[in-house]
Design a protein around this ligand. Sequence first.
Ligand code: SF4
Length: 196
Amino acid sequence: MLSVTRRQFLKLSAAGLGASSLAILGFSPGAVLAEVRQFKLARSSETRNTCPYCSVGCGIIMYSLGDKAKNAPSKIIHIEGDADHPVNRGTLCPKGAGLLDFVYSPNRLMYPEYRAPGSDKFTRISWDEALSKIARLMKDDRDKNFETKNADGATVNRWLSTGFLAASASSNESGYLTHKVVRSLGMLAFDNQARV
Ligand code: SF4
């Protein structure tokens, strides 16, 4: 049997009386609980983005600590669906809902790596070095393999020996530019992770 001292009894009575009085005044427990998340995010910065996983392209809002000043590195603390986004209206599938783990995954690739021919390991290189290397290899391969005519003599202007993998979650603008670059080079093998 539960035994309660006189002091404990008075405390419990005061707490119960306080809670019921608050409810009478309109401060329902539901409203109080609904405010917890907002309080946690109140001092964070919002950045709109697109979920990178699939071609649905759901809108997300990333909340980060820090005011985006250059000397204050920001840290993402929460990601949720963007209620104003026309695609998902604030909803996210389980993959999108777990995006914070994606951001902080120890396996996440953060910089370019290069594996030299014959080597069994990748080494870190700079973005400049990576882009120069890619451009050089693309130019050499295109010069060597570009076809202006097919076997029947018809003009084809195609480059079949290199393909391009883009991102299905790109914005319309970056998707348009990527498409223009790839097709203007004559490249036909062009795909992304969602196969659209
Ligand atoms: S939240 Fe899910 S459905 Fe939406 S883009 Fe991301 S992976 Fe696709």
